[in-house]
Design a protein around this ligand. Structure first.
Ligand code: ATP
Ligand code: MG
Length: 346
């Protein structure tokens, strides 16, 4: 599959064949980012402007093919909804057979600290993207930049899927109510950052202060989402689902104890969901931190995560505590064994 959107910008300056030939030796290269799992990214100069050329790594062709497809869909949506270009990088040319994607280069920085204004900008972006019928599973910090105008912009679109926000929870329809865009931001980015902060000695109270600010902004954002859903006659099951978060979060914001209970529940949920990413990505040190937190919450805060109507019902019930303790202790043992083996062979 191949498509081109804003190719006229560079049409007379470079052919797609030349793009394909570009490697680390090319005169046009101004930088190489080799940290991505699925691709190598080259910063290119063409006609005095910068572009990102993403070249697929071997064995990641399927993920890359999906990214090409969804980018084509996103560019189609942008023709009706140009405001999306503020929040999602523009694609210029993409071809899954050739294994290349050319985008605008986003001059920007990763988000390195959290405050009211950054949460507002993140949720403004995610709400617009959601309303456009797009769901991003991979809101990892390396996939989001803040550009020169202060807009939060998604640059890695390989984890995006289209869905209907009026009739579905996410791109799985009604099957997985756990996934929604605030949860995605928390699981892939925010709560894992808070967990690492605590691990590195930042006090629980200062972590909870950031969490409170995030929850206040998330609440404001989902109130807007609920309004938008109601105005458009969304499916009542979707409206009820969003109202469930509004109730939980507004209750939690009423007191420090309730806020901590929600923090423990959501952190537990996010650690469980995110653990396979750490293990499969070979980040065993991060996996150990997550498992220790899961075990700590099971031991100390089980009452917070096990209540009838809570968001952890997918993971917990009254009979599951012993089972979960055993399961995660075993995973932890296996990781320690793997680390020992790696040390031995190093
Ligand atoms: N359009 C762009 N503008 C600026 N920087 C970019 C752009 N596209 C990619 N990058 C840089 O290259 C890095 C890797 O790109 P990207 O996340 O798309 O690759 P990936 O292999 O899909 O990553 P992942 O490991 O998340 O699967 C980004 O984190 C970012 O630093
Ligand atoms: Mg990425």
């Amino acid at each position: 599959m191949a498509f081109q959107c804003n190719y006229n910008i560079i049409n007379s300056l470079i052919s797609t064949e030349e793009l394909l030939r570009i490697d680390g030796q090319s005169q046009r290269i101004k930088g190489i980012i080799d940290t991505g799992k699925t691709a190598v990214v080259y910063k290119l100069e063409i006609g005095g402007q910068y572009f990102a050329l993403k070249k697929c790594r071997e064995r990641f062709e399927n993920i890359f093919h999906h990214e090409v497809q969804i980018r084509s869909k996103i560019e189609e949506i942008k023709t009706q909804n140009p405001v999306l270009s503020q929040y999602i990088v523009d694609t210029i040319y993409a071809c899954s057979e050739k294994g290349i994607i050319l985008s605008q280069w986003v001059e920007g920085n990763e988000i390195s600290h959290f405050n009211e204004s950054i949460f507002e900008r993140i949720f403004d972006a995610l709400l617009e993207i959601d309303k456009a019928g797009l769901f991003d599973f991979d809101l990892h910090k390396s996939n989001i930049l803040v550009d020169g105008s202060g807009f939060v912009k998604l640059i890695d679109l390989g984890g995006m899927y289209s869905y209907n926000p009026l009739t579905e929870y996410n791109n799985y329809g009604f099957t997985y109510p756990t996934y929604h865009f605030v949860e995605r931001f928390e699981t892939r980015f925010f709560l894992r950052s808070l967990l690492l902060e605590e691990y590195n000695g930042i006090s629980r109270s200062s972590v909870l202060l950031k969490y409170r600010i995030e929850k206040e902004k998330a609440l404001k954002c989902y109130n807007l989402k609920r309004e938008w859903l109601s105005e458009r006659g969304a499916d009542s099951q979707v409206v009820k689902w969003i109202e469930g978060f509004l109730t939980q979060w507004s209750q939690a914001l009423k007191s420090g104890t309730k806020l901590y209970e929600l923090y423990a529940r959501e952190l537990f949920r996010s650690c469980i969901i995110d653990l396979p990413h750490s293990i499969n990505g070979g980040h065993l040190d991060k996996a150990i931190i997550k498992i220790n937190e899961i075990l700590r919450i099971l031991n100390e805060d089980y009452d917070c995560i096990f209540t009838k109507e809570n968001i952890c019902s997918d993971f917990c019930n009254a009979n599951k505590r012993e089972y979960l303790l055993e399961k995660y202790s075993k995973i932890l043992d296996r990781i320690y064994m793997q680390q020992d083996r790696e040390r031995y062979y190093d």
